[in-house]
Design a binder for this molecule. Structure first.
Ligand code: DQA
Length: 150
């Protein structure tokens, strides 16, 4: 089993960025926690963060469909599209194109925030949606996938 963990724009600033909303853990901390779980369960893990929409799309295409290297082929995706959640038909279409199950994660509870955050271009196609659990949402999503695939 191989899981791809994708994080969108501004999530490189976790720990420094609006900590009252997004918490004090850095993205490095979050990825380290998932990496630990992955090695415990002998699951392959690829983590990627970018501020660019096209880079997310290319990563989804590569690992989800285009690569012929079995070591790079993934079974499922955990994605926090960040602000692209509310804007990106293109990332939604990329996920649908590769046809891999994905879990949508948000650190904050987007439903208690500004109205523009309450619509997601992903949720109706996600296998599961987690929001408001902070960094724990990523490990919850990962543990779910581990029990699903083992
Ligand atoms: C976020 C919520 C989004 O609305 C916001 O644009 C983010 C982070 C979250 O993890 O809570 O950048 O996806």
């Amino acid at each position: 089993t191989h899981v791809l963990v994708l994080n969108g724009p501004n999530l490189n600033l976790l720990g420094k960025r609006e900590p009252e909303i997004y918490g004090l853990q850095t993205l490095q901390d979050i990825e380290d926690d998932i990496r630990q779980l992955a090695s415990n369960h002998q699951v392959k893990l690829t983590c990627f963060q970018t501020n660019q929409e096209s880079a997310l799309i290319d990563k989804i295409h590569h690992h989800g469909l285009l690569t012929t290297n079995p070591d790079e082929q993934i079974d499922a995706i955990i994605i926090n599209p960040a602000a692209f959640t509310h804007t990106s038909v293109a990332i939604r279409d990329a996920l649908l194109a590769v046809n891999k199950p994905f879990i949508e994660v948000h650190l904050s509870n987007i439903h208690t925030r500004e109205p523009f955050r309450q619509h997601s271009y992903f949720s109706d196609k996600a296998e599961a949606v987690i929001c408001g659990m902070g960094a724990f949402g990523y490990t919850a999503a990962f543990n779910y996938l581990v029990q699903k695939y083992q």
